[in-house]
Ligand binder design. Structure first.
Ligand code: 5GP
Ligand code: MG
Length: 201
């Protein structure tokens, strides 16, 4: 029985690694992307973040707020690893051209929960310049939560332009454009199980 388990386990690992070592490519519209982070690696990182949240948020009944559309896969997988009592809600960011010199303003829409006194964890797909998260922190901060935290699947530290404390980041990546696992290129590619990086021709 043990031998059978070992054989099956190793075969699964081999199959996973082999699939990735082949470096599959996908074409979306005019662009080519290449596998950069496998589903297995993603899930390992997501579980690590969940373990930390399970520890830090114990007894706090945290409210997770997932930012749609990009974070839907991250939110779903993360929640499966969260073992403490918690709640989840979903928001969207509607952007419109502001009248100020700062240009695009992003408004948080769809949040019906009263977050006053709650421990809130924002779930985001990727932090790039950090302006989106900074705006979310400002908006949610006015509603007086007990605490406000950021959990992002991905962070591009090389692109960050504003000081942000991203306490729960699953993975750090270089500055390249990526798709898959919820993230899109022109709304396509969100369904890909792995993460793909744009191939610069
Ligand atoms: P920020 O405000 O931090 O500059 O931008 C964050 C948003 O930009 C993310 O929520 C995401 O929608 C988008 N974004 C940033 N980098 C990437 C990327 O490499 N791929 C995709 N698909 N979206 C990105
Ligand atoms: Mg996003």
């Amino acid at each position: 029985m043990l031998i059978l388990w070992i054989v099956c386990h190793n075969f699964r690992k081999f199959a996973q690694n082999n699939r990735i070592s082949k470096m599959s490519r996908v074409t979306i519209k005019d662009k080519t992307f290449e596998t950069s982070i496998s589903e297995a690696e993603i899930l390992e990182s997501v579980k690590r973040v969940a373990d930390k949240l399970n520890h830090d948020m114990e007894g706090k009944n945290p409210l997770f707020i997932a930012v749609l559309n990009g974070s839907f896969m991250y939110a779903a997988d993360l929640m499966k690893f969260i073992k403490i009592p918690c709640e989840i809600s979903f928001v969207k960011l509607a952007s419109y051209e502001g009248t100020t010199s700062s240009g695009k303003i992003k408004e948080v829409i769809g949040l019906n929960e009263d977050i006053h006194g709650r421990h809130v964890v924002i779930l985001e797909d990727i932090v790039d310049t950090g302006t989106t998260m900074k705006r979310m922190l400002e908006t949610l901060g006015t509603r007086e939560p007990a605490s406000l935290h950021i959990s992002s699947l991905l962070v591009k530290p090389g692109k960050l332009q504003v000081p942000l404390n991203i306490e729960y980041a699953a993975m750090e990546i270089p500055n390249d454009f990526i798709v898959g696992y919820g993230l899109d290129y022109d709304q396509l590619g969100r369904n890909l199980r792995d993460i793909y990086t744009l191939v610069k021709e």
